[in-house]
Design a protein around this ligand. Sequence first.
Ligand code: ARG
Length: 466
Amino acid sequence: MVSDNKHWSARFAEPIDELMMRFNASIPFDHRLARYDVQVSIAHVRMLGTQQIIARQVCDKLIGGLEQLAQKIAADDFSWQLSDEDIHTSIERKLIELVGEDAKRMHTARSRNDQISTDIRLWLRDMIDLQCKLLARMQLALVTQAERHVDSIMPGFTHLQVAQPTTLAHHLHAHCCVLTRDTERLNDCRGRVNQLPLGAAALAGTGFAINPQQVADELGFERLCANTMDAVAARDFAVEYVAVAALVMVNLSRLCEEIVIWSSQPFAFAQVADSYCTGSSIMPQKRNPDAAELVRGKSGRVAGHVVALLLMTKGQPLAYNKDNQEDKEALFDAADTLSSCLQVMEGMVATMKFDVAAMRQMADQGYACATELADLLVRHDVAFRDAHEMVAKAVKEAELRVVSLNELCEDYLPELTGLTASELRRALDVEQAIAARNMPGAPAPEAMQKLLGKKREELENTLRDK
Ligand code: ARG
């Protein structure tokens, strides 16, 4: 079976092949851009009217029809057919049905090439704004948990080996800092997305006396694309966004990995709430932290979209090529995946319960205060390297006796170091060790409390404005 191709031209003698029609059509996925396409057309038609490129009454009629379409789209009352090929043709067909032949004047001084780039940029700008809010909400969940745990001692790890004592608040705040940078990256990328390509038409601009600045002002674009060829050919803004999204996903996956580790039985630091776990069909005792595992797994999928877009772009001669139609599914899926992960993680983090005693116990077990002891010796004028060696010997001895460093304070350590038992005990006191680390960004509870307060204020402001 073959179908009509009347939206291209009388140039075609043969109708399009059925398989080719399906292969070529982007409407099955770009219908998602409907409201942006209409918004762009309204701004374009208004400008054509102002510039007297089309008559005032025609302009009003078209805008009236487009506004009706916008309402239908907002009410989810939008259908498409495969023969529409893409969202631009689909909207035009509907407008013709609604207001008649005058609708055919809408496509004056533009092309689908500049139209699609404008649509995607508008869609992506909204998506970035939404995701900055989602990132703020997720960070607020981390801050709220951190505020509860400024005094909760946990082992800090390097190489996943107990390293030095810290607090849960310190650890959660670290994840928060990553997400702050991710938000900055998204906002930075937004600046390059928010440039208007419309007016570039197919690639060389148009001879009509258009006013792209009017369109940019109406649609809220910060500036115009500087070159009409670049305007229609470029997809680097999409590659950049997906690369940032992949990095956010990878950053989320690190927290997820920790949540999985923390909620395993050997650690038992934390419990993911029932509402974010699933059971096993065979092992009745199981409660699996699936939300965390899914986010971790989905990071690979978004990273895959970066590769897809990079290779889609590679080797394309200027200007527009149909290769670019392949940007949308990758872009949509990357964005949707990130949005859902951020939302699920906000809920999962907000409802997690931490076992403060279990964390404390591991911090005590792992000789986490060994560095404190070495620092004490340094304060008594021992060179750090020698102090390091002395403490290493003590740890070896403690391991041999299967005791903590504290338990060596009576005999072994005073003899080894020449210090008194009470001095040594003080150095090995975890609370004191943490309280002493009060430089900016370190875990001392008071300093951390302040940092968290600042962060909370910042996040609440972000969520309030716009
Ligand atoms: N569906 C196309 C895309 O997604 C729209 C632009 C089509 N332009 C063209 N000359 N066929 O890129």
